[in-house]
Design a protein around this ligand. Structure first.
Ligand code: IMP
Length: 178
């Protein structure tokens, strides 16, 4: 099987406009408070970099990153999670937004949410650039969603296939060619 890049699903311009809206919404929701963005590596780095610049300077922002790998099959939420890179800051008492690239089954998000919640975050919300249908493992609302997409494998704007294509400026479907 070889793989090739399919058509553009979401263009650079659409991404830029939607992220500007999300930044305005976050600025409004957190006015007068400090917000702590926790990016889930690696895929979220580009989304986070753009979102943070779309947040008003009147809303102080802290940033940190963590990296986790989930070992759980798709039929259970009891899989374990391994923290590959942990946060360098305490989030105790802070207003935190988890920043994800894509929520698929929601298993990764469920684990991260539980870890950060146990560390005493005062509030915990989620921002994701993309949402696939059927996030059955995570049943809380997603607070800031860039785009809902069909159940296809996508790459670009930080998302990879075997570590490739993260540098694409738009989101494309990865086509499988027999
Ligand atoms: P979940 O735990 O099933 O929600 O999967 C979330 C993670 O799987 C994301 O953070 C991505 O790293 C990866 N992932 C899921 N779908 C895609 C996709 O379409 N393209 C690239 N990565 C994906």
């Amino acid at each position: 099987m070889t793989t090739g890049l399919g058509t553009v699903l979401i263009s650079e311009g659409e991404i830029r406009r939607r992220i500007a809206e999300i930044g305005r919404q976050i600025s409004k929701d957190y006015a007068g408070r400090t917000v702590t963005l926790v990016g889930i590596l690696k895929g979220s780095f580009m989304f986070l970099a753009d979102v943070i610049r779309a947040i008003s300077l009147e809303t102080p922002v802290e940033v940190d990153f963590m990296s986790v790998s989930s070992y759980g099959d798709a039929t259970t939420t009891s899989g374990t999670v391994h923290i590959e890179k942990d946060l360098g800051i305490s989030i105790d008492g802070k207003d935190v937004i988890i920043v994800e690239d894509i929520v698929d089954t929601g298993l990764t998000l469920l684990h991260v949410y539980n870890i950060l919640s146990a560390r005493g975050a005062r509030s915990l919300r989620v921002a994701t650039l993309l949402e696939k249908p059927g996030k059955s493992r995570y049943d809380r609302p997603l607070d800031y969603v860039g785009f809902k997409i069909p159940n296809k494998f996508v790459v670009g704007f930080g998302l990879d296939y075997a570590q490739r294509y993260r540098n694409l400026p738009d989101i494309r479907v990865l086509d499988d060619e027999a």
